[in-house]
Design a protein around this ligand. Structure first.
Ligand SMILES: *[C@@H]1O[C@H](CO)[C@@H](O)[C@H](O)[C@H]1NC(C)=O
Length: 259
């Protein structure tokens, strides 16, 4: 219990500083989050989405300098069950809670279908990524990593599509991915700060600018916002989601790595 009791306040104090957030994310005004299914954005990425927003809390709403994040969901995940429309509507509620306006909250419902046994064609994923990066003039990308957080092949496919663009030196903005941790860590809630904060400690104490990683830890009110965002996905609220909200580290912290 002792390490989290010490580390949580320290990391909260350092929120948004160069020790935890690289310049590429700190200066991004139009970050774009790419996920696979509606509810991924709050189940796995709410600390990053809300942490980025907090960095720009004082920025005026209109004009060039405005903070305008976007979320693109690759599959409505409802097409197999005739629920595409429901899930799209729920997604809009989640976006609103997370501070993303409707126009920048996109749910695709075309060739990519929800299927945990199917790898999505990386060329198709990449084409959507390029399309929405251009459309929203994105200046940073956040997405899954090679482990897809839950191991879902669609999650990994989104990563692979973006990784291929990075490797091909396509002109896309700096891209950062989630980190997938093993089961016990995943469900150790705020206790996981002990492991997650390790890589950031030297810079927290001795100064310096982190380059290739980022750490976002939610405040209590951001945590509640993340929950509210999830509960707008009413069709997805099964009994198992309640313990998830309490136990999953992804509701409280996101550590990202540069792709
Ligand atoms: C992926 O899609 C592209 C473009 O539609 C196509 O040329 C390519 O053959 C597809 N790759 C696979 C593995 O299906």
């Amino acid at each position: 219990l002792v390490p989290p009791l010490i580390l949580l306040p320290l990391v909260l104090l350092a929120r948004g500083t160069p020790a935890l957030v690289p310049a590429d994310l700190a200066t991004a005004r139009r970050p774009i989050l790419f996920v696979a299914h509606p509810d991924d954005e709050c189940l796995f990425f709410s600390p990053a989405v809300l942490g980025m927003r907090a960095l720009h809390a004082g920025v005026p709403v209109g004009g060039e300098e405005a903070y305008r994040p976007a979320i693109v969901v690759m599959s409505s995940a409802g097409n197999n069950y005739g629920m595409g429309e429901t899930r799209r509507k729920e997604m809009m509620g989640s976006c609103e809670a997370l501070g993303v306006v409707k126009d920048r909250c996109v749910v695709l419902d075309e060739e990519l279908k929800d299927n945990p046994t199917q790898i999505w064609n990386s060329t198709i994923v990449g084409a959507y990524v390029k399309k929405y990066v251009a459309e929203f003039q994105a200046d940073a990308i956040i997405t899954f990593d090679d482990g897809g957080v839950s191991g879902h092949l669609n999650h990994k496919s989104v990563y692979w599509g973006i990784r291929d663009l990075v490797q091909a030196r396509a002109s896309i903005p700096p891209a950062f991915s989630s980190t997938t941790v093993w089961l016990l860590r995943k469900y150790s809630s705020i206790h996981d700060i002990t492991w997650t904060a390790l890589a950031f400690l030297p810079r927290m104490f001795f100064g310096g600018q982190v380059q290739d990683r980022a750490l976002f830890l939610t405040t209590w009110s951001e945590y509640l916002t993340g929950r509210r965002a999830f509960f707008s996905h009413a069709s997805q609220v099964g009994w198992d989601r309640h313990p998830y909200m309490v136990l999953s580290r992804y509701m409280m912290m996101n550590d990202l790595r540069r792709i």
